[in-house]
Design a protein around this ligand. Structure first.
Ligand SMILES: Nc1ncnc2c1ncn2[C@@H]1O[C@H](COP(=O)(O)OP(=O)(O)O)[C@@H](O)[C@H]1O
Ligand SMILES: [Mg+2]
Length: 260
């Protein structure tokens, strides 16, 4: 990859997103560097997907600036989009297409030429050899998830965006995906993922931003957030079995009220 490690690959500055009168994202700022996994951690409705949609250029922010590898998603959209990979929902794919057909289709969309043997190589890398002849609709959840991730990476983008990539996966598939993300990080990709799993934030994220009601309320490595708040009685109101966890900090910062 051309971009060197630790360089800022995504910069979000003072981002605000509204849907009519609803302010979903309020003056959010953060950056993702090459070679790091950055997590946006927040409860349902916090504004995670809205933030990602603005980064993807799918919705126009009310205000703020977003640059990808230095290119503005607003005024240099083609250059910016060429440098990011987005994991699409499995429902975006035609269920009757076979996996190699899907890979070729998206390679074509991104202008990537798949040389002889490349598709087999990709299937092998995804541990999908057995699924090569199957239709997308016949795959298991974990297999579909691997195909959507492969497509996000097909043009080797420096920035990879994953919206709740592990929700609904079993522990084995989740662990495998974490390892794939770590391998992507080793290759110098910057990864922005959203999650509401503390375990995920602690296990794979180098840095996280806790977002709630559209605002970032803490942004640091998970261990630093823990250390900052673990002895703060204003934040830690309760813990389970006497052991304070990142989840206690998260609940302390975002409240106990259940979100729709
Ligand atoms: N298309 C939309 N129209 C109106 N309101 C929306 C739309 N998408 C999201 N919202 C609202 O914006 C807020 C943030 O939503 P979202 O970004 O999807 O949160 P998250 O991904 O963290 O669950 C919520 O209050 C949600 O109801
Ligand atoms: Mg969401």
């Amino acid at each position: 990859m051309a971009e060197s490690v630790h360089e800022t690959i995504l910069q979000v500055r003072d981002l605000s997103v509204s849907y009519g009168p609803i302010q979903a994202v309020k003056q959010v700022s953060f950056e993702v560097r090459a070679g790091e996994i950055f997590g946006l951690l927040g409860p349902n409705g916090a504004g995670k997907t809205s933030t990602l949609s603005a980064v993807e250029g799918l919705l126009k922010p009310r205000s703020g600036q977003i640059t990808i590898a230095g290119y503005s998603i607003d005024s240099q959209a083609l250059e910016a989009k060429a440098r990011m990979g987005v994991q699409l929902q499995a429902t975006s794919f035609q269920p009757e297409l076979r996996v190699p057909e899907i890979l070729r289709l998206y390679a074509g969309i991104y202008g990537v030429s798949l040389k002889e043997g490349k598709v087999d190589q990709m299937l092998e890398g995804l541990k999908l050899q057995d699924a090569a002849g199957k239709r997308f609709g016949e795959l298991s959840g974990g297999q579909k998830q691997r195909v959507t991730l492969a497509i996000a990476l097909i043009h080797n983008p420096p920035l990879v965006l994953l919206d709740e990539p592990t929700s609904g996966l079993d522990p084995q598939s989740r662990r495998q995906l974490w390892e794939r993300m770590e391998a992507m990080r080793e290759r110098g990709h910057g990864i922005l993922l959203t999650t509401h799993s503390m375990e995920e934030a602690e296990s794979v994220c180098d840095r996280i931003a806790i977002i709630d009601h559209g605002r970032i309320i803490a942004s640091d490595p998970p261990s630093v957030i823990m250390e900052t708040y673990r002895n703060d009685p204003e934040v830690i109101k309760a813990s389970r079995k006497g052991r304070i966890t990142l989840e206690d900090v998260f609940i302390g910062l975002t409240g106990r009220e259940i979100r729709a």
